[in-house]
Design a binder for this molecule. Sequence first.
Ligand code: BTX
Length: 324
Amino acid sequence: MKEKILKCLRETEDYVSGQELCRMLDVSRTAIWKVMNQLKDEGYVIDAVKNKGYKLIQTPDIVTAEEVDSLLETEWAGHPVVYEEEQESTNQTAKMLAEQGAFHGTLVVAERQVSGRGRRGRPWHSPKGSGIWMSILLRPQIHPMSASMLTLVAAMAVYDAISSRVEGCAIKWPNDIVINGRKVCGILTEMSSELDNIHYVVIGIGINVNTDDFPEDIAAVAASMHVITGEYYKRAEIIADVWKSFEKYYDQFLQTENLSLMVESYNQRLVNMGRKVYIEERGSQYEGTACGIDSEGALLVEKTDGTRTAVISGEVSVRGVLGY
Ligand code: BTX
């Protein structure tokens, strides 16, 4: 009921009468009044005027299920939203929910991760109150070999959400969004499958939104949207934008089970494009120039001897350009 009241308050510029809310939600005035008080306790500023009703004046920067849900404009992504303030890792929670039969589209959001992870078990700094730490559960009917492309699909969506607020952002293949050469977002895709059948995929997204400072070991590579612009952002609004875009790109992906419908746009957003990269692949290392991705999401690299190779995401480490 809380998210329905919030949605209604958000959609109405003027006051919403208590009577109207009671009628719409089929509840008593007391029930409405109780929810209004809960919302005020959570930091919402609501003006209540006798004979006029309620008006939403200000919203807090929180990422509760109700706040995110009341902003989502999606068909399936983010339904339902599962919020728990402190979690080991939202990917971990999403995987657990997947094993219990949770639906395609379930979105897990945390205010803080105690044990946030990047690729190959690397730690992901996820402090309270400043970032977006979330994971979506997908049950795609695609070949397991195609699943790594979902990281790139997610990167397109995060790019849309960040670039509409901050200038100068770019995708660093395959799983980072950078601004001025610093990592603002990381994406971790995990899958449970058989050789030819996917049980589920979890895409975890970490975005540094209002973070002020970073631990010494990542201070040189990390940044937040706030550090770059000096502005503060409402995280739930960014979350809603990410999943709205994600649905669009996911549909495009499913049409062809590859990235052919977004390759051009991806390559325009690619920070590595035309730049020198260092590839570390199964123990060997080589240098080359990145020429963009192909429709399977591989990074095309022209080696110094002029030959071209397609580097597949997940199997390599790419360095260069940004020094990390
Ligand atoms: P990655 O392996 O590409 O990047 C991990 C590296 O990034 C770390 O070794 C460190 O150098 C650096 N790093 C750590 N924390 C941050 C940070 N907050 N900002 C910038 N750089 C950082 C990237 O892996 C994938 C990260 C996914 C994180 C999400 S959060 C929600 C979900 N839950 C979870 O445990 N992981 C995902």
